[in-house]
Structure formats: structure tokens, C-alpha cells
Design a protein around this ligand. Structure first.
Ligand code: KG4
Ligand code: ZN
Length: 347
């Protein structure tokens, strides 16, 4: 059996084909980055139109790369939320139409659940790692920071961000520093040359005794530092940034990484983490990866880091999560698979 995955929740149009064991046979991602770069962020209307334009070619290419005919597909998994409603509708409607035309089941997948399981996927058609329950998942992206415990039949939320998501903070600072959009990958590269301990920023937390994250205080402190240096968004070359700005970027990244890693350690102390799975666009961050890997070594906890292709939005993770959901709950009535802009994990 083949699973067809479709992801259109934000700014990547992606179609993937997996086999029934979760091997990724193809994972085509068509980025709209350029369409949004001149606005400095994702414009919902532009995103929806771009998905409409890119989806047919992405579908054709994904099937061809997987040497799969539409007739071989036995299950369609499409992202149903959370995300931009117009963008979600494009992929979900296409998925439902395909399933209806072929008389096969369709599942609407939670995008965050897709990210959660992405750390277990492997490239080059290899069999995925075995998912062991319970595991703790940390999803960090442009829209989310969520720490959850994933049990066999439910997802228990532990901490989430109260304000900005870490990727959002990276993107806002990147834009204000004139480093372009998205800011995460550029700041990651710049920070590698800097001293992360030069400017100790406060490590954000919600401040009411809960475990929630908060990144807006850090973002404001950072914006003030940029202002003091008269950095105002005019384009700067990442390769020729002065040493002080490089250290500032490294310190900003260090604060985000420390905030995430210290919360993981705290939760480990409280309830014991058996396995940690990192995911989401910010899971591509080099310092976050190395910090959590080192933490896992010292705490004796296996840490799964997603391959880079599966960190940012992709349909392979949607197909994988959809397959798990289908195995557990069976087919969904197509009318149940509704697009939802909000869809908290565990609900
Ligand atoms: O998961 P994703 O593709 O989309 C959302 O669902 O939000 O994540 C995109 C986010 C962007 O904010 C981007 O700046 C961030 O992931 N990102 C990174 C890195 N690569 C991508 N952040 C930090 N370091 C990176 N290397
Ligand atoms: Zn995402």
C-alpha cells in the first residue's frame, strides 16, 4: 500500500509518497519563500494562490519520483490544521477529491502531530526508527513551541509558548537586522562565528509558576540592542557583519536554546523523559541540535533529531502521522476532515 501525503498549511506546498511501513519514497517540497520574502513574512492570500498553482506539479513529481501510480495509493493524508485557512483548504480539498474519485480513505492530519513524529523518519527510503511510547516531543517552528508527552493513545500538553514562537523571534530579529527572511537559518550561520556568552539575555518563561515558554521579552530586549546600534532593517551582508553584531546574534540564539533545553531538563527531573524527539523548522538549528544531543548523552536519554529535510514543513511527516492515525482509528468520514485554523495538540 502507498500513502499520499499533502501539506499546504503555510508557505510550502508539499506532496509525499510513503509505503505502508513508513519508508519515504518521495517528498517534494515547493517553497514559496521568494513570493513572501519581499513582504518579510507570509501573506495568507499569496500563500493560498501559490498552493493552487504549485500543487498539481508537486503531485505529479511526487508520484513519478516514487514510481507510483495514483491507482496504487491506498490512503490520502492531508494537513487539516492548524494553519492558514485558505492555504489548508487547497491541500485538504485536493486530498478529499482524490480520495473520493479513487474510492479510498482520507485522513485530516494535525500539522503539529506531523512534526512530532518527523524525528523518526529517515531519508533515502530507509525504514523509519521505531516509535517508542511514551516519548516527549518538542516542536519548535515559526508558529509553535510545544513540549508534550506522547502516549500510545493520547498526547498530553506540558508547555507551550505564551507569545512568540522561537522561529517567529528568529524571523523578526533577522528582518530588523537586515538579514532577510527567514531569519533562522542566517542567524544560525552568523551565530556559529560568535560568542553566545557575550550578552547574557534573560531566559524567558511565563513567570506564573507554569512551565510555559515566553520569547517576547527576549525579542524586545534584542530589538532595543539593535536600536542602540542604529541597526534599522537596511540590508546587511551576513558574511561581513561586525564582530559585536555577530556576538549579539550568537547571544540571542543562546538565550532561545537555553530556554528550550532548560525546560526539557526540568521536565525530565519532574516526570522522567524516556525518549526525546525534536521537530519543527527550528529543529534545524545547529546549536539547539548539539545542545540537546549533549543533554541526552549526559542524562542518558535517547534524543531523536530530525533529518534536515524533515524539519521544515513537508508532506512526508503528514503521511507518516496520517498512517499512524489510520492504523489506530481507521478511516475518517470525509466530512469529518475539516480545515481548522486552530487545532491544539491533544484535543
Ligand atoms: O516548521 P516550519 O517550516 O514552519 C512552521 O510551521 O512555522 O518552520 C519555519 C521556521 C522559520 O521561522 C525559520 O526561521 C525557522 O523555522 N528555521 C530556523 C532554522 N531553519 C529554519 N530557526 C533557527 N535555526 C535554523 N537553522
Ligand atoms: Zn510547521
Amino acid at each position: 500500500m502507498r500513502v499520499l501525503g499533502i501539506e499546504t498549511s503555510c508557505d510550502e506546498t508539499s506532496v509525499a509518497v510513503l509505503d505502508g511501513d513508513g519508508r519515504v519514497l518521495s517528498n517534494v517540497v515547493s517553497s514559496q519563500m521568494e513570493a513572501h520574502a519581499r513582504y518579510g513574512g507570509v501573506v495568507p492570500e499569496v500563500a493560498a494562490r501559490a498552493h493552487l498553482e504549485s500543487l498539481p506539479a508537486a503531485l505529479e513529481l511526487a508520484l513519478a519520483k516514487a514510481q507510483t501510480r495514483l491507482e496504487d495509493v491506498g490512503l490520502v493524508a492531508a494537513t487539516a490544521g492548524p494553519g492558514l485557512i485558505g492555504a489548508l483548504l487547497v491541500g485538504l480539498s485536493a486530498g478529499k477529491a482524490l480520495a473520493f474519485a479513487r474510492g479510498i480513505p482520507v485522513v485530516g492530519v494535525n500539522h503539529l502531530e506531523g512534526h512530532l513524529f518527523s524525528a523518526f523518519l529517515r531519508g533515502n527510503g530507509a525504514e523509519p526508527y521505531e516509535v517508542r511510547y511514551p516519548f516527549h516531543g518538542l516542536v519548535v517552528s515559526g508558529g509553535h513551541a510545544e513540549l508534550v508527552r506522547v502516549e500510545e493513545d493520547r498526547i498530553v500538553p506540558i508547555a507551550r509558548t505564551r507569545d512568540d514562537a522561537p522561529g517567529e523571534a528568529f524571523d523578526k530579529i533577522g528582518r530588523r537586522a537586515g538579514l532577510g527572511y527567514p531569519g533562522g537559518p542566517v542567524i544560525d550561520r552568523v551565530a556559529a562565528r560568535g560568542r553566545g556568552d557575550r550578552y547574557p539575555f534573560p531566559v524567558g518563561r511565563a513567570g506564573d509558576g507554569s512551565r510555559d515558554f515566553s520569547f517576547s521579552g527576549l525579542k524586545t530586549a534584542m530589538l532595543r540592542e539593535l536600536e542602540r546600534r542604529r541597526v534599522d532593517g537596511r540590508p546587511l551582508e551576513p558574511e561581513t557583519l561586525d564582530a559585536d553584531l555577530v556576538d549579539l546574534m550568537a547571544s540571542f540564539q543562546r538565550a532561545i536554546v537555553t530556554s528550550l533545553a532548560s525546560r526539557v531538563d526540568e521536565v525530565h527531573g519532574a516526570e522522567g523523559i524516556r525518549v526525546l524527539a525534536l521537530s519543527g523548522g527550528v529543529a534545524a538549528n545547529s546549536e539547539l541540535r548539539s545542545t540537546l544531543a549533549a543533554w541526552g548523552d549526559s542524562a542518558g536519554v535517547p534524543v531523536f533529531l530530525p533529518e534536515r529535510a524533515f524539519t521544515t514543513d513537508n508532506a512526508a511527516m503528514i503521511a507518516f502521522a496520517g498512517l499512524r492515525r489510520f492504523r489506530r482509528h481507521g478511516a475518517q468520514d470525509p466530512s469529518e476532515a475539516q480545515a481548522r485554523s486552530r487545532w491544539p495538540l491533544g484535543s
